[in-house]
Design a protein around this ligand. Sequence first.
Ligand code: AHM
Ligand code: MG
Length: 353
Amino acid sequence: MDGAYHPSEAAHALDRDCTTLSRHVLQQLQSFGPEAQDLSALMNRIALAGKLIARRLTNAGLLEAALGFTGETNVQGEAVKKMDVFANDVFISVFKQSGLVCRLASEEMENPYYIPENCPIGRYTLLYDPIDGSSNVDINLNVGSIFSIRRQEGDDLDQTGADLLQHGRGQLAAGYILYGPSTVLVYSIGRGVHAFTLDDSLGEFILASENIRVPEHGSNYSVNEGNFWQWDESIRDFIRYVHRHEGYSARYSGALVGDFHRILLQGGVFLYPGTTKKPDGKLRLLYETAPLAFLMEQAGGSASTGTQPILDVVPKEIHQRTPLVIGSTEDVKLVESFIQERLREKEYLTRTS
Ligand code: AHM
Ligand code: MG
Protein backbone atom coordinates (compact mmCIF):
# COMPACT_ATOMS: atom_id res chain seq x y z
CA MET A 1 0.00 0.00 0.00
CA ASP A 2 1.41 3.43 -0.92
CA GLY A 3 -1.04 5.31 1.31
CA ALA A 4 -2.47 7.22 -1.65
CA TYR A 5 -6.18 7.43 -2.34
CA HIS A 6 -7.26 5.02 -5.11
CA PRO A 7 -10.83 5.66 -6.24
CA SER A 8 -11.18 2.25 -7.88
CA GLU A 9 -10.29 0.42 -4.63
CA ALA A 10 -12.73 2.52 -2.65
CA ALA A 11 -15.43 1.89 -5.23
CA HIS A 12 -14.74 -1.82 -5.07
CA ALA A 13 -15.08 -1.86 -1.27
CA LEU A 14 -18.38 -0.01 -1.53
CA ASP A 15 -19.55 -2.39 -4.21
CA ARG A 16 -18.84 -5.41 -2.04
CA ASP A 17 -20.69 -3.86 0.87
CA CYS A 18 -23.73 -2.83 -1.04
CA THR A 19 -24.74 -5.48 -3.54
CA THR A 20 -28.40 -5.95 -2.70
CA LEU A 21 -30.46 -8.91 -3.77
CA SER A 22 -32.53 -7.15 -6.44
CA ARG A 23 -29.43 -5.62 -7.98
CA HIS A 24 -27.70 -8.99 -7.95
CA VAL A 25 -30.57 -10.63 -9.86
CA LEU A 26 -30.35 -7.98 -12.57
CA GLN A 27 -26.56 -8.34 -12.73
CA GLN A 28 -26.91 -12.10 -13.05
CA LEU A 29 -29.33 -11.82 -15.92
CA GLN A 30 -27.37 -8.97 -17.52
CA SER A 31 -30.64 -7.46 -18.56
CA PHE A 32 -33.24 -4.92 -17.58
CA GLY A 33 -35.83 -6.75 -19.73
CA PRO A 34 -39.31 -7.61 -18.42
CA GLU A 35 -38.43 -11.11 -17.14
CA ALA A 36 -35.31 -9.82 -15.36
CA GLN A 37 -37.39 -7.07 -13.74
CA ASP A 38 -40.01 -9.63 -12.70
CA LEU A 39 -37.46 -11.96 -11.13
CA SER A 40 -35.77 -9.10 -9.37
CA ALA A 41 -39.14 -7.92 -7.98
CA LEU A 42 -40.06 -11.48 -6.95
CA MET A 43 -36.79 -11.94 -5.07
CA ASN A 44 -37.36 -8.59 -3.41
CA ARG A 45 -40.74 -9.79 -2.16
CA ILE A 46 -39.21 -13.01 -0.84
CA ALA A 47 -36.61 -10.92 0.96
CA LEU A 48 -39.39 -8.83 2.52
CA ALA A 49 -41.18 -11.98 3.72
CA GLY A 50 -37.86 -13.18 5.18
CA LYS A 51 -37.34 -9.91 7.04
CA LEU A 52 -40.86 -9.97 8.51
CA ILE A 53 -40.50 -13.59 9.64
CA ALA A 54 -37.00 -12.98 11.05
CA ARG A 55 -38.32 -10.00 13.05
CA ARG A 56 -41.14 -12.10 14.51
CA LEU A 57 -38.79 -14.99 15.36
CA THR A 58 -36.32 -12.65 17.07
CA ASN A 59 -39.00 -11.37 19.45
CA ALA A 60 -41.16 -14.50 19.64
CA GLY A 61 -40.29 -15.28 23.26
CA LEU A 62 -41.59 -11.84 24.32
CA LEU A 63 -44.80 -11.85 22.32
CA GLU A 64 -48.14 -13.26 23.32
CA ALA A 65 -49.43 -15.99 21.01
CA ALA A 66 -46.27 -16.27 18.89
CA LEU A 67 -45.08 -19.69 20.07
CA GLY A 68 -46.74 -23.07 20.53
CA PHE A 69 -49.42 -24.97 18.63
CA THR A 70 -52.67 -23.68 17.14
CA GLY A 71 -54.50 -26.93 17.92
CA GLU A 72 -55.07 -27.53 14.18
CA THR A 73 -53.61 -30.29 11.99
CA ASN A 74 -52.39 -29.51 8.46
CA VAL A 75 -52.88 -31.45 5.22
CA GLN A 76 -49.81 -33.56 6.11
CA GLY A 77 -51.48 -34.66 9.34
CA GLU A 78 -48.95 -32.64 11.36
CA ALA A 79 -49.75 -30.35 14.29
CA VAL A 80 -49.66 -26.74 13.15
CA LYS A 81 -47.61 -24.17 15.06
CA LYS A 82 -48.58 -20.52 15.40
CA MET A 83 -45.37 -19.53 13.63
CA ASP A 84 -46.30 -21.80 10.67
CA VAL A 85 -49.55 -19.87 10.24
CA PHE A 86 -47.92 -16.48 10.71
CA ALA A 87 -45.18 -17.21 8.16
CA ASN A 88 -47.63 -18.70 5.67
CA ASP A 89 -49.77 -15.54 5.86
CA VAL A 90 -46.72 -13.30 5.52
CA PHE A 91 -45.87 -14.84 2.14
CA ILE A 92 -49.48 -14.48 0.97
CA SER A 93 -49.70 -10.88 2.02
CA VAL A 94 -46.38 -9.78 0.48
CA PHE A 95 -47.21 -11.53 -2.80
CA LYS A 96 -50.70 -10.01 -2.91
CA GLN A 97 -48.96 -6.70 -3.45
CA SER A 98 -46.59 -8.03 -6.11
CA GLY A 99 -49.06 -8.26 -8.99
CA LEU A 100 -46.79 -10.98 -10.41
CA VAL A 101 -47.94 -14.08 -8.56
CA CYS A 102 -51.38 -15.52 -9.18
CA ARG A 103 -50.96 -18.74 -7.18
CA LEU A 104 -49.13 -19.83 -4.07
CA ALA A 105 -48.77 -23.43 -2.96
CA SER A 106 -47.41 -24.24 0.47
CA GLU A 107 -46.98 -27.00 2.98
CA GLU A 108 -49.65 -25.38 5.12
CA MET A 109 -52.42 -25.26 2.48
CA GLU A 110 -54.20 -28.25 1.01
CA ASN A 111 -54.85 -26.54 -2.34
CA PRO A 112 -53.07 -23.69 -4.12
CA TYR A 113 -54.10 -20.23 -2.94
CA TYR A 114 -55.23 -17.92 -5.75
CA ILE A 115 -54.93 -14.15 -5.56
CA PRO A 116 -57.82 -13.09 -7.81
CA GLU A 117 -56.55 -9.53 -8.32
CA ASN A 118 -53.24 -10.88 -9.69
CA CYS A 119 -54.80 -13.46 -12.05
CA PRO A 120 -54.52 -13.93 -14.98
CA ILE A 121 -51.78 -11.32 -15.37
CA GLY A 122 -49.48 -12.76 -12.72
CA ARG A 123 -47.76 -15.58 -14.58
CA TYR A 124 -45.60 -16.85 -11.72
CA THR A 125 -46.33 -19.34 -8.97
CA LEU A 126 -44.63 -19.41 -5.61
CA LEU A 127 -44.17 -22.79 -3.92
CA TYR A 128 -42.92 -22.58 -0.37
CA ASP A 129 -42.49 -24.08 3.04
CA PRO A 130 -43.03 -21.03 5.28
CA ILE A 131 -41.30 -22.43 8.37
CA ASP A 132 -39.36 -25.60 7.87
CA GLY A 133 -38.15 -27.45 10.94
CA SER A 134 -40.80 -25.83 13.10
CA SER A 135 -40.10 -28.25 15.97
CA ASN A 136 -37.09 -25.96 16.57
CA VAL A 137 -39.16 -22.79 16.91
CA ASP A 138 -40.19 -23.14 20.55
CA ILE A 139 -36.63 -23.83 21.69
CA ASN A 140 -35.01 -20.91 19.85
CA LEU A 141 -32.99 -23.00 17.41
CA ASN A 142 -32.51 -22.48 13.70
CA VAL A 143 -35.40 -22.78 11.26
CA GLY A 144 -35.81 -21.80 7.62
CA SER A 145 -38.19 -20.92 4.79
CA ILE A 146 -37.80 -22.72 1.45
CA PHE A 147 -39.10 -21.31 -1.85
CA SER A 148 -39.35 -22.10 -5.52
CA ILE A 149 -40.67 -19.95 -8.36
CA ARG A 150 -42.23 -21.50 -11.44
CA ARG A 151 -43.84 -19.99 -14.50
CA GLN A 152 -47.55 -20.76 -14.80
CA GLU A 153 -48.29 -22.83 -17.88
CA GLY A 154 -51.75 -22.71 -19.42
CA ASP A 155 -54.78 -20.96 -17.97
CA ASP A 156 -55.49 -23.26 -15.02
CA LEU A 157 -59.19 -22.41 -15.41
CA ASP A 158 -60.30 -25.18 -13.06
CA GLN A 159 -57.81 -23.89 -10.44
CA THR A 160 -56.28 -27.29 -9.73
CA GLY A 161 -52.70 -26.23 -10.39
CA ALA A 162 -52.21 -29.32 -12.58
CA ASP A 163 -49.33 -27.66 -14.47
CA LEU A 164 -47.34 -27.64 -11.23
CA LEU A 165 -47.00 -31.41 -11.48
CA GLN A 166 -43.75 -31.20 -13.42
CA HIS A 167 -40.14 -32.07 -12.81
CA GLY A 168 -37.91 -29.63 -10.98
CA ARG A 169 -35.73 -28.61 -13.90
CA GLY A 170 -38.36 -26.03 -14.86
CA GLN A 171 -37.88 -24.00 -11.67
CA LEU A 172 -37.04 -20.38 -12.51
CA ALA A 173 -35.59 -19.69 -9.09
CA ALA A 174 -35.18 -21.53 -5.82
CA GLY A 175 -33.68 -20.86 -2.46
CA TYR A 176 -34.13 -20.57 1.27
CA ILE A 177 -33.90 -18.17 4.16
CA LEU A 178 -32.06 -19.50 7.19
CA TYR A 179 -33.04 -17.89 10.50
CA GLY A 180 -29.95 -18.55 12.58
CA PRO A 181 -27.51 -16.34 14.50
CA SER A 182 -27.85 -14.17 11.42
CA THR A 183 -30.53 -14.30 8.75
CA VAL A 184 -29.13 -15.63 5.49
CA LEU A 185 -30.86 -15.84 2.13
CA VAL A 186 -29.45 -18.28 -0.43
CA TYR A 187 -30.81 -18.34 -3.98
CA SER A 188 -30.22 -19.46 -7.51
CA ILE A 189 -31.83 -18.46 -10.78
CA GLY A 190 -29.89 -21.16 -12.61
CA ARG A 191 -26.63 -19.17 -12.62
CA GLY A 192 -24.84 -20.41 -9.56
CA VAL A 193 -25.71 -20.19 -5.89
CA HIS A 194 -25.32 -16.99 -3.92
CA ALA A 195 -25.72 -16.11 -0.25
CA PHE A 196 -26.86 -12.83 1.29
CA THR A 197 -26.78 -11.82 4.94
CA LEU A 198 -29.42 -9.56 6.43
CA ASP A 199 -27.83 -6.35 7.64
CA ASP A 200 -30.32 -5.22 10.29
CA SER A 201 -29.01 -1.68 10.36
CA LEU A 202 -29.71 -1.30 6.63
CA GLY A 203 -32.73 -3.59 6.56
CA GLU A 204 -31.25 -5.18 3.42
CA PHE A 205 -29.87 -8.55 2.40
CA ILE A 206 -26.28 -7.86 1.33
CA LEU A 207 -24.21 -10.18 -0.83
CA ALA A 208 -21.94 -12.31 1.36
CA SER A 209 -20.71 -15.12 -0.96
CA GLU A 210 -21.08 -15.59 -4.66
CA ASN A 211 -20.91 -18.78 -6.73
CA ILE A 212 -20.81 -21.19 -3.81
CA ARG A 213 -19.35 -24.59 -4.75
CA VAL A 214 -19.99 -27.62 -2.57
CA PRO A 215 -16.83 -29.71 -1.94
CA GLU A 216 -16.77 -33.00 -3.87
CA HIS A 217 -16.57 -34.87 -0.60
CA GLY A 218 -17.17 -33.86 2.99
CA SER A 219 -17.01 -35.43 6.42
CA ASN A 220 -20.55 -34.56 7.56
CA TYR A 221 -23.40 -37.01 7.44
CA SER A 222 -26.77 -35.73 8.50
CA VAL A 223 -29.65 -38.11 9.17
CA ASN A 224 -32.09 -38.99 11.94
CA GLU A 225 -30.47 -42.22 13.16
CA GLY A 226 -33.45 -42.77 15.45
CA ASN A 227 -35.09 -44.24 12.35
CA PHE A 228 -32.29 -46.82 11.86
CA TRP A 229 -34.54 -49.87 12.18
CA GLN A 230 -37.25 -48.28 10.04
CA TRP A 231 -34.94 -47.94 7.00
CA ASP A 232 -34.11 -50.24 4.17
CA GLU A 233 -31.02 -52.40 4.78
CA SER A 234 -29.06 -50.38 2.17
CA ILE A 235 -29.28 -47.20 4.28
CA ARG A 236 -28.19 -49.18 7.34
CA ASP A 237 -25.23 -50.42 5.23
CA PHE A 238 -24.21 -46.82 4.56
CA ILE A 239 -24.48 -45.87 8.23
CA ARG A 240 -22.42 -48.92 9.23
CA TYR A 241 -19.85 -47.82 6.64
CA VAL A 242 -19.49 -44.32 8.14
CA HIS A 243 -19.32 -45.76 11.66
CA ARG A 244 -16.46 -48.01 10.61
CA HIS A 245 -14.47 -45.40 8.72
CA GLU A 246 -12.57 -42.64 10.42
CA GLY A 247 -13.25 -39.01 9.57
CA TYR A 248 -17.05 -38.80 9.53
CA SER A 249 -19.06 -36.51 11.83
CA ALA A 250 -22.78 -36.80 12.54
CA ARG A 251 -24.57 -33.44 12.36
CA TYR A 252 -28.37 -33.30 12.55
CA SER A 253 -30.43 -30.38 13.85
CA GLY A 254 -33.92 -31.59 12.94
CA ALA A 255 -34.32 -28.59 10.62
CA LEU A 256 -33.51 -29.25 7.00
CA VAL A 257 -32.47 -25.73 5.98
CA GLY A 258 -29.71 -25.49 8.61
CA ASP A 259 -28.51 -29.02 7.93
CA PHE A 260 -28.53 -28.37 4.19
CA HIS A 261 -26.64 -25.07 4.65
CA ARG A 262 -23.85 -26.87 6.50
CA ILE A 263 -23.55 -29.48 3.74
CA LEU A 264 -23.60 -26.80 1.04
CA LEU A 265 -20.72 -24.92 2.66
CA GLN A 266 -18.67 -27.78 4.10
CA GLY A 267 -19.63 -30.84 2.07
CA GLY A 268 -20.99 -34.23 3.10
CA VAL A 269 -24.44 -35.72 2.73
CA PHE A 270 -27.92 -35.18 4.16
CA LEU A 271 -30.38 -38.07 4.03
CA TYR A 272 -34.06 -38.45 4.73
CA PRO A 273 -34.76 -41.94 3.39
CA GLY A 274 -38.04 -43.81 3.29
CA THR A 275 -39.11 -45.61 6.45
CA THR A 276 -41.42 -48.55 7.04
CA LYS A 277 -44.28 -46.19 7.90
CA LYS A 278 -43.39 -43.58 5.25
CA PRO A 279 -41.79 -45.35 2.25
CA ASP A 280 -41.25 -42.00 0.47
CA GLY A 281 -39.74 -40.36 3.51
CA LYS A 282 -41.01 -37.20 5.13
CA LEU A 283 -39.95 -34.36 2.87
CA ARG A 284 -42.14 -32.89 0.14
CA LEU A 285 -40.94 -32.58 -3.43
CA LEU A 286 -42.33 -29.30 -4.73
CA TYR A 287 -41.40 -26.99 -1.88
CA GLU A 288 -38.67 -28.86 0.00
CA THR A 289 -36.59 -31.35 -1.94
CA ALA A 290 -36.84 -29.93 -5.50
CA PRO A 291 -35.76 -26.36 -4.58
CA LEU A 292 -32.85 -27.69 -2.52
CA ALA A 293 -31.90 -30.10 -5.32
CA PHE A 294 -31.88 -27.17 -7.76
CA LEU A 295 -29.48 -25.29 -5.47
CA MET A 296 -27.28 -28.32 -4.86
CA GLU A 297 -26.90 -29.07 -8.57
CA GLN A 298 -26.16 -25.41 -9.23
CA ALA A 299 -23.41 -25.62 -6.60
CA GLY A 300 -21.87 -28.67 -8.32
CA GLY A 301 -23.33 -31.28 -5.97
CA SER A 302 -26.01 -33.96 -6.39
CA ALA A 303 -29.52 -34.66 -5.18
CA SER A 304 -31.15 -38.03 -5.50
CA THR A 305 -34.05 -40.11 -4.27
CA GLY A 306 -31.47 -42.88 -3.98
CA THR A 307 -32.30 -44.23 -7.42
CA GLN A 308 -33.08 -41.15 -9.52
CA PRO A 309 -32.15 -37.44 -9.60
CA ILE A 310 -34.67 -35.45 -7.53
CA LEU A 311 -35.00 -32.92 -10.36
CA ASP A 312 -36.31 -35.67 -12.69
CA VAL A 313 -39.16 -36.70 -10.40
CA VAL A 314 -42.59 -35.78 -11.77
CA PRO A 315 -45.08 -35.59 -8.88
CA LYS A 316 -48.60 -36.94 -9.07
CA GLU A 317 -49.87 -34.53 -6.45
CA ILE A 318 -48.80 -31.23 -4.96
CA HIS A 319 -47.82 -32.56 -1.52
CA GLN A 320 -45.95 -35.62 -2.81
CA ARG A 321 -43.02 -36.79 -0.71
CA THR A 322 -39.66 -38.12 -1.91
CA PRO A 323 -36.77 -39.77 -0.17
CA LEU A 324 -33.76 -37.43 -0.21
CA VAL A 325 -30.01 -37.99 -0.50
CA ILE A 326 -28.32 -34.64 -1.13
CA GLY A 327 -24.86 -33.13 -0.93
CA SER A 328 -21.33 -33.68 -2.23
CA THR A 329 -21.32 -35.71 -5.42
CA GLU A 330 -18.95 -38.39 -4.08
CA ASP A 331 -20.97 -38.88 -0.90
CA VAL A 332 -24.30 -39.05 -2.72
CA LYS A 333 -22.77 -41.63 -5.10
CA LEU A 334 -21.58 -43.68 -2.15
CA VAL A 335 -25.10 -43.83 -0.67
CA GLU A 336 -26.52 -44.71 -4.11
CA SER A 337 -23.96 -47.51 -4.50
CA PHE A 338 -25.25 -49.19 -1.30
CA ILE A 339 -28.82 -48.86 -2.59
CA GLN A 340 -27.86 -50.33 -6.00
CA GLU A 341 -26.05 -53.23 -4.37
CA ARG A 342 -29.10 -54.22 -2.32
CA LEU A 343 -31.38 -53.80 -5.37
CA ARG A 344 -29.14 -56.14 -7.41
CA GLU A 345 -29.21 -58.64 -4.55
CA LYS A 346 -33.03 -58.48 -4.37
CA GLU A 347 -33.31 -58.93 -8.16
CA TYR A 348 -30.99 -61.91 -8.05
CA LEU A 349 -32.97 -63.52 -5.23
CA THR A 350 -36.26 -62.98 -7.12
CA ARG A 351 -34.74 -64.49 -10.30
CA THR A 352 -33.36 -67.53 -8.56
CA SER A 353 -36.20 -68.28 -6.13
P1 AHM B 1 -41.64 -29.66 8.72
O1 AHM B 1 -41.68 -28.98 7.37
O2 AHM B 1 -43.01 -30.09 9.16
O3 AHM B 1 -40.92 -28.83 9.73
O4 AHM B 1 -40.85 -31.05 8.53
C1 AHM B 1 -39.63 -31.07 7.87
C2 AHM B 1 -38.51 -31.25 8.84
C3 AHM B 1 -37.16 -30.97 8.25
O5 AHM B 1 -36.77 -29.66 8.48
C4 AHM B 1 -36.26 -31.92 8.99
O6 AHM B 1 -35.14 -32.30 8.21
C5 AHM B 1 -37.14 -33.07 9.25
O7 AHM B 1 -38.48 -32.59 9.23
C6 AHM B 1 -36.90 -33.66 10.62
O8 AHM B 1 -37.73 -34.75 10.78
P2 AHM B 1 -37.44 -35.83 11.92
O9 AHM B 1 -37.85 -35.18 13.20
O10 AHM B 1 -38.32 -36.99 11.54
O11 AHM B 1 -35.98 -36.17 11.88
MG1 MG C 1 -40.99 -28.52 5.89
